[in-house]
Design a protein around this ligand. Structure first.
Ligand SMILES: CC(C)(COP(=O)(O)OP(=O)(O)OC[C@H]1O[C@@H](n2cnc3c(N)ncnc32)[C@H](O)[C@@H]1OP(=O)(O)O)[C@@H](O)C(=O)NCCC(=O)NCCS
Length: 293
């Protein structure tokens, strides 16, 4: 490892260092995390570990953050891991291994019970005890309309009033599923909605609920719901006024009053977990795409 690199951890209070990480993630993944500054800022629980060169450039990074989960009715203290990248010229020298070791050791010392991450390179993490958690989508028919009195309006995250409304609801949300979901995680919900222009956020005034959804082909994909109490599928579909007759739900549907057929989901990234045997979770699950990190 080059002795000219400096290790920094927990450096988000330093705007130059945060910008240097943003540049690294822009260069490696083509994403702009500075958008978070318009959406309430980065997750305050973030604990980034990074190597910086003499000019202040971020060469390598791996971050941990608190991501409390609900798993089969129990709140589990989980750490999420994200923003793992090394600049091409510095790869193959053990920098990432070093940062992974630091981040996992930090999470262990902090007493996190479970670790969770999403990756297209699962082999990187197996040596640290991570195992793939299979994911399923829930597919079925749109239920008959229950009421004509429920309406929705589209939200726009370019509008600061709408950002404030969504943030307020996220801060007080009921977890979307008691089987498997994030207990709270506002920053990624906002950022993921912002990143994908096809995602629609609809506000159901009657339920003070935000539905994240998109149309794909002939079906409605329900991605997440932020609400003080999760509305029923029939009410949601009535409010959205959808014209398709199929729905695919990207989280367990235990709170929707609706059951779909569980179909294996093979996304570009695997969901991995450590601290909990995948076989200990008996029911099909999926992490909402709005909680992707
Ligand atoms: C993946 C990446 C972070 C590895 O960084 P690196 O500094 O070259 O990794 P290291 O030199 O520390 O290698 C760590 C270990 O991972 C292994 N490894 C490296 N790249 C790998 C890959 N693409 N798939 C599987 N294992 C890999 C190495 O062989 C090494 O294993 P070893 O210690 O048992 O020999 C880097 O290639 C990168 O930034 N890639 C693009 C972004 C990315 O994919 N990030 C990970 C997102 S989950």
């Amino acid at each position: 490892m080059s002795e000219r690199l400096t290790l920094r951890q927990g450096y988000f209070a330093n705007p130059d260092a945060f910008q240097a990480l943003a540049d690294l993630l822009q260069d490696v993944f083509g994403i702009d995390i500075t958008l978070q500054n318009r959406l309430g800022g980065p997750d305050p629980s973030s604990m980034p570990f990074g190597y910086f060169d003499e000019t202040g450039r971020c060469i390598a990074n791996f971050s941990a953050f608190a991501m409390p989960l609900v798993i089969e009715g129990r709140v589990v203290r989980a750490a999420g891991f994200q923003s793992g990248a090394v600049r091409p010229d510095y790869r193959g020298r053990g920098l990432y291994r070093d940062l992974m070791q630091r981040a996992f050791a930090w999470a262990d010392a902090e007493g996190f019970e479970v670790g969770i991450l999403l990756t297209d390179k699962p082999d990187l993490y197996r040596a640290f005890g991570f195992q793939v958690l299979p994911q399923f989508r829930f597919c079925g028919k749109v239920p008959p309309t229950t009421s004509t009195g429920i309406h929705s309006r589209d939200l726009d995250l370019a509008n600061s009033d709408d950002v404030a409304l969504v943030s307020h609801i996220l801060a007080n949300r009921q977890p979307v599923s008691a089987v498997f979901s994030v207990q709270r995680q506002s920053e990624m919900f906002l950022l993921n909605s912002f990143f994908d222009p096809e995602i629609r956020l609809s506000y159901l005034h009657t339920f003070d609920a935000v539905i994240a959804w998109k149309l794909e082909g002939e079906s409605l994909h329900m991605l997440d719901i932020a609400a003080p109490r999760i509305p029923l599928m029939a009410d949601i579909c009535s409010a959205l006024g959808v014209v398709v007759d199929r729905v695919e739900v990207c989280f367990p549907t235990d709170r929707l009053g609706w059951v779909g057929e569980a179909r294996p989901y093979a996304g570009s990234c695997a969901l991995m977990i450590r601290g909990l045997e995948p076989s200990a979770i008996k029911v099909p699950l999926m992490l909402s795409p709005l909680a992707d990190f």
